[in-house]
Design a protein around this ligand. Structure first.
Ligand code: 7MF
Ligand code: ZN
Length: 880
């Protein structure tokens, strides 16, 4: 059990800070085990606070106090008190600003939680979002306290030749005992969660960027020496992002220096610290032989994301952590737009929606469902969720749809201008969009406060005599924790109509002629009428996935095949194919459960034959059309998830398509299989994606030919995309040389941590028998390490979150394994531990036997001694 029952923090309890800290001068004497911190702070009473207490409470955790003084006078023991979470000065000066000086010690080496100041490989670095600064020194650790930072770093010159912090370098020098110092000053006031320091033996890859106003910015990427040859793509992505933000939002970079540091040990993807981003190496390092095309795309997206935060997050920040989506939802929307513009908007949109529907919809339907702007938390680190990020981005996208691109831009301009230098709320964002456009978005605000995925149903009524179609849309939203009853939302529903021959048709709506229209669905039930129709049209609804809802619109397999061939909306064309496959798979699941022979409808095979023959020339898009819905997406549609039937039915479809269309798959494979390693233009990426999709189908044939095809590609590949795709085909089939291929891959790449992560993940996600035993063996592999989050995610995370078949083994071994790992990780790294619990959170979706096995493991976790707030919150809410 926990030592004490943890406190819940509520949005409704927000009050402005009682004190402000306008400036802080930090002085660090860096050392692995004894880092000495001196913080000199200019503190004053906040004129906007109505509180009348004279005490000053500063947050601080795991710190050793050396001294505390106000205006140069050391405080007596009875003038303050130090607790586990805070330091309280009983009587702070009220009538004047004062200087508070605190000195303390920290132990970076003992810090396995990777929050605050910690050691990664031989580098010292920090992570302060959300509340890590309090592990560096006592402070008003809340985002609405913004301070100007001056930082001096002192360290051994040989061990830590490079010393970095936010802003501009203002001085450096030598000291005795082989020590040196560097000082930094950030001219922009910022919340302490954006503070960063890095010290280590780092090589620097440098470039420059000239802004739209002709200012020259130095760009620097710091990595370990052996990685300098893997920074080119990150640097190019950074320059692309800087140009894109100027062109799309009119936003220019504001310091003279932009630094990125890549570290091996990192709890998350990356962090937008002002002028000094810290990245997980996974989102920086890439070379054609070590990184896949999808790694390249992720790097571009994450570099963009962190860069875009400089305005959406740093210049305008969050008032409190309940407003997290203000910066995260908006910045994800911006990085999605950016990635789409750099590659293909159609492909990017499909990938984003696919991720949203498989993962965020599950969160919204489970025990951890919460609004985009949560109302309560125990541990804020648990609220960096798919809902805050991905659904938050959908909410911003809907605003973009409702206002149009130009109106949205006007609103953003006003938002940045009005709130520059402030800590604000989601409400302030919506208000700026309203004011700039002279519109009212009252009902729309419910998207921020109401959890759950709305369901929209459709009824069609065609009047042939008058050429009119009436659509009746109904919306509802299932209950979520603490929100049993829902109000109707303002849902933008984009619609187009198709003629019987597949061509698009114009139509009359609200007195005007349209080829496409966005309906404002605001009531629980609402009818819309479309006229001037030559015949009964086929309705293409929710184009581009214009709102994050579940659309229920029963269609025949024939109608879906028709839309898959003809819909001019690229998203809905793909969606028709997904629904076609989904329906086919569910028919098979029924047959499996009734013990009937399996048979795939010919209309499905024909539809895939047509997609193989031609999809309009965009090969990445063609590959997406060919990809079957994932098992997790299919499971999300079932009242009671049957993991084995889902797997078996999906495999059957894949194999049947491969058998019926072998020649077509082979022909496409041969057409696009060429050696063009090192090329990352859309053409080459598309060829690889399509070719490897074909390989994945062909490997289901399990013939000597199909085995040879995969092995040839594996042995000859000179780029990671082709090598890993071939190895995946080998690992997920009964390939005779599987063990040998895995061994040779390990030997080839043992020096490249990020490639070895892939090696762990491939084995952890295999659907082949014996996977669980292999996972247990891999836990004992010398390259496995519980203190490296990337490794834990690659093995434990991949097995529990991406291997439904084996993780949900009916005997409960997967669940027991995961709970053991969570309990182990809880003592090392609570954030990572808590992320791993999610594999058990969806227990209500399974059969009674699995439910009780999963619940048992959650109960075992909750009963653990010294349970962190992080794990306690997720495990206990999952059980509730
Ligand atoms: C792209 O949001 C999308 C999301 C917090 C850490 C990065 O910039 C961030 C940080 C978490 C989860 C996802 C992302 C980030 C974090 C992320 C990164 C790139 N402020 Br936790
Ligand atoms: Zn972010």
């Amino acid at each position: 059990m926990r030592d004490a029952s943890p406190q819940t923090v509520y949005l409704k309890d927000y009050t402005p800070p009682e004190y402000l800290i306008d400036q802080i001068e930090l002085h660090f004497e860096l050392d692995e085990q004894r880092t000495r911190v001196q913080a000199r702070m200019n503190v004053r009473r906040n004129p906007h606070s109505s509180a009348d207490s004279v005490a000053l409470k500063l947050w601080g955790e795991e710190l050793q106090l050396l001294s505390i003084a106000i205006d140069g006078r050391p405080l007596q023991e009875n003038e303050f008190v130090v607790g586990d979470e805070a330091l309280i000065v009983h009587e702070a000066p009220q009538d004047r600003p004062f200087e508070l000086l605190i000195e303390n010690l920290i132990d970076p080496q003992a810090n396995t939680a990777l929050e605050g100041l910690y050691l990664s490989s031989s580098m010292l670095c920090t992570q302060c979002e959300a509340q890590g600064f309090r592990k560096i020194t006592w402070f008003l650790d809340r985002p609405d306290v913004m301070s100007r930072f001056k930082t001096t770093l002192v360290a051994d010159k040989a061990k830590y030749p490079v010393l970095l912090s936010n802003g501009n370098k203002t001085g450096s020098g030598e000291l005795e005992n082989n020590r040196h110092w560097v000082s930094w000053e950030d001219p922009f006031a910022k919340p302490c969660y954006l503070f960063a320091l890095v010290a280590g033996q780092l090589a620097c890859v440098a470039d420059q960027f000239v802004t739209m106003n002709g200012r020259r910015i130095d760009l620097q990427i710091f990595v370990e020496q052996h990685n300098v040859d893997k920074c080119g793509h990150a640097m190019q992505s950074l320059k692309n992002a800087m140009r894109w933000d100027e062109q799309s939002y009119g936003l220019e970079y504001d310091l003279d220096l932009y630094m990125i540091v890549a570290v091996d040990h990192f709890n998350m993807g990356a962090m937008e610290n002002k002028g000094l981003n810290v990245f997980n190496t996974k989102f920086v390092l890439a070379r054609p032989d070590t990184a896949t095309d999808s790694d390249y795309e992720h790097i571009e997206g994450v570099i963009g994301h962190e860069y875009f935060h400089n305005w959406s997050g740093n210049r305008v920040t969050c008032r409190d952590w309940f407003q997290l989506s203000l910066k995260e939802g908006f910045t994800v929307f911006r990085d999605q737009q950016f990635s789409g513009d750099m590659t293909s908007p159609a492909v990017k949109r499909i990938e984003d929606v696919n991720a949203l529907r498989t993962r965020q919809f599950a969160e919204d339907a489970g025990p951890l469902a919460h609004p985009v702007r949560p109302e309560a938390y125990i541990e804020i680190n648990n609220f960096y969720t798919l809902t805050v990020y991905e659904k938050g981005a959908e909410v911003v996208r809907m605003l973009h749809t409702l206002l149009g691109a130009a109106g949205f831009r006007k609103g953003c301009d006003l938002y940045f201008q009005r709130h520059d230098g402030q800590a604000v709320t989601c409400e302030d964002f919506v208000k700026a969009l309203e004011d700039a456009n002279g519109v009212e978005l009252g009902q729309f605000r419910r998207w921020y406060s109401q959890a759950g995925t709305p369901v929209v149903t459709v009824e069609q009524d065609y009047d042939a005599a008058n050429g009119r179609l009436q659509l009746t849309l109904r919306q509802s939203c299932p209950p979520t924790p603490n929100q049993p009853v829902k109000q109707p939302l303002h849902i933008p529903v984009k619609l187009g109509l198709l003629n019987a021959d597949g061509s698009p048709t114009t139509f009359e709506f609200a007195g005007e002629r349209h080829s496409e229209v966005t309906l404002d669905l605001t009531a629980a039930e609402q009818s819309f009428s479309f006229g001037n129709l030559a015949g009964k049209p086929v309705v293409s609804l929710l184009r581009g996935f214009s709102a994050p809802v579940t659309l229920q619109m029963p269609r025949s397999l024939d109608e879906l095949a028709f839309l898959l061939s003809h819909d001019s909306d690229t998203f809905n064309r793909w969606e028709a194919g997904q629904q076609l496959a989904t329906q086919a798979i569910f028919q098979l699941i029924d047959s499996i459960e009734l013990d009937r022979p399996l048979q795939l409808e010919p209309v499905v095979v024909d539809a895939y034959r047509r997609v193989l023959a031609d999809a309009g020339g965009d090969l990445s898009y063609q590959a997406l059309l060919l990809a079957l819905p994932e098992e997790s997406y299919l499971s999300g549609q079932m009242p009671v998830i049957d993991v084995e039937a889902v797997h078996q039915a999906r495999e059957f479809v894949k194999k049947t398509l491969a058998e019926n269309l072998t020649e077509q798959f082979l022909e496409l494979y041969r057409q696009y299989h060429r050696d063009e390693s090192g090329c990352f233009d859309a053409g080459a990426v598309g060829r690889r994606r399509l070719k490897n999709t074909c390989l994945s189908y062909l490997s289901k044939l399990e013939t000597p030919d199909s085995h040879r095809l995969a092995e040839q590609q594996f042995r000859a590949a000179r780029n990671m995309t082709d090598q890993i795709a071939a190895l995946a085909a080998i690992v997920n089939s009964h390939h005779p040389d599987q063990a040998d291929c895995l061994d040779s891959f390990y030997r080839q790449w043992q020096q490249e941590a990020l490639v070895i992560d892939k090696w762990f993940t491939l084995q952890a996600t295999s659907s082949m028998p014996n996977t669980f035993a292999k996972v247990q063996n891999l836990m004992r592999h010398p390259a496995f390490d519980m203190k490296t989050p990337n490794r834990v995610r690659a093995l434990v995370g991949a097995f529990s979150q991406s291997n439904p078949l084996h993780f949900h083994a009916a005997n409960g071994e997967g669940y027991r394994f995961l709970a053991d790992r969570v309990i182990e990780l809880n003592a090392l790294n609570p954030q990572i531990a808590s992320r791993m619990v999610s594999g058990l959170a969806q227990w209500r979706r399974y059969d009674a036997n699995r439910q009780s096995l999963m619940k048992q493991e959650l109960q075992r976790i909750v009963a653990t001694d010294h349970l962190s707030k992080d794990v306690y919150e997720i495990a206990s809410k999952s059980l509730a």
